[in-house]
Design a protein around this ligand. Structure first.
Ligand code: SAM
Length: 290
């Protein structure tokens, strides 16, 4: 790959998905895109870039998807689900008792292990939540991971990563060598394709947002833009759960850390009108990819 091809791909990925590749990630691009080029009958990355410059929209979508990292597993990192069961639900269920509804968003939900882990936590409280309307919205940029998530079918390896055996037995059905999460849990999760760089105000307001292990791929200005917009779709007493390597600290004061709960944040009621990164305007010009 020539330096010019790499620069073109970096620019395109930043614009389409927010992925902020440093100057030394050629190996990553090659490891993901050479197999893709071969699959579509092209000789390599130079050919791929040529086709993309010619405006091959479907190919551009494939390239953007191939460059996403979809690593996930059930009850990933454990702590967020301890916070869900031990802090978020105990605070929010009494607060929502009058309207008996709860809206949860798994932003960047990948192949579904995160939203389904949330759904199982709520299903475990079925008696307490009888008559409640529970909405779990799972979104991701990648159509491919969303398809897998909708199907809810996982390999033996995937169900062995993080999922307690009692929950496997209770909520999954074995299909040959695979396991499918049961229809009642699948029905708790609505899937939608959504790029976090784009406007998501149409999703409505949420009580809980899990936005984990996706912001790490973005630059500061993109993180800031996403935090500002997440704050706008969150109820004033809502809660935001970030990934272990992610924080709002030093990026925005739209959220403030929840005391003694690592990775958990709430909208900041006392924030000023201005974001902390005064003057930085994220480049959010999106060219329609699909
Ligand atoms: C590493 S996975 C995280 C999955 C899950 N949240 C977890 O923590 O286990 C990151 C996901 O972010 C998605 N993603 C990347 N860029 C995105 C964007 N601009 N908008 C929405 N999703 C994006 C990828 O497709 C991928 O499925």
């Amino acid at each position: 790959m020539t330096p010019a091809d790499y620069d073109f791909l970096r620019g395109l990925l930043k614009e389409r998905s927010g992925l902020d590749l440093s100057a030394d990630k050629q190996y990553l691009v090659e490891s993901r895109l050479v197999p893709l080029a071969r699959r579509v009958g092209l000789s390599g990355i130079p050919d791929l870039v040529l086709k993309m410059k010619g405006g091959a929209a479907a190919l551009i979508t494939d390239v953007v998807e191939a460059m996403t990292t979809n690593e996930t597993f059930f009850f990933r990192d454990k702590v967020p689900f301890d916070h869900l069961n031990g802090t978020m639900l105990p605070a929010l269920l009494p607060a929502r008792a009058a309207r008996r509804s709860l809206r949860i968003w798994s932003a960047a939900s990948s192949t579904g292990q995160e939203p389904y882990s949330i759904a199982m936590c709520l299903k475990e409280k079925a008696a307490e939540l009888a008559g409640w309307r529970i909405e779990i919205v799972a979104t991701d940029l990648s159509q491919e991971v969303l398809e897998k998530s909708r199907a809810g079918i996982y390999s033996q390896f995937e169900v062995q990563r993080g999922l307690p055996i009692q929950l496997l037995v209770k909520y999954f059905t074995q299909k040959g060598e695979l396991w499918q999460i049961n229809a009642d849990i699948r029905a708790m999760v609505q899937h939608r394709q959504l790029n976090l760089l784009q406007d998501f105000s149409q999703l409505g307001k949420f009580d809980i947002i899990f936005c984990r292990n996706v912001l790490i791929y973005f630059d500061l200005a993109t993180k800031l833009s996403i935090f500002e917009r997440l704050a706008k779709v969150m109820e004033p007493d809502g809660m935001l759960m970030l990934g272990a390597a992610e924080t709002v600290v030093g990026v925005t004061d739209a959220f403030r850390p929840y005391p003694d709960r690592r990775g958990l944040y709430q909208p900041n009621p006392t924030r000023g009108a201005r974001p902390l990164l005064g003057g930085v305007q994220p480049a959010l010009k999106i060219v329609a990819a699909r």
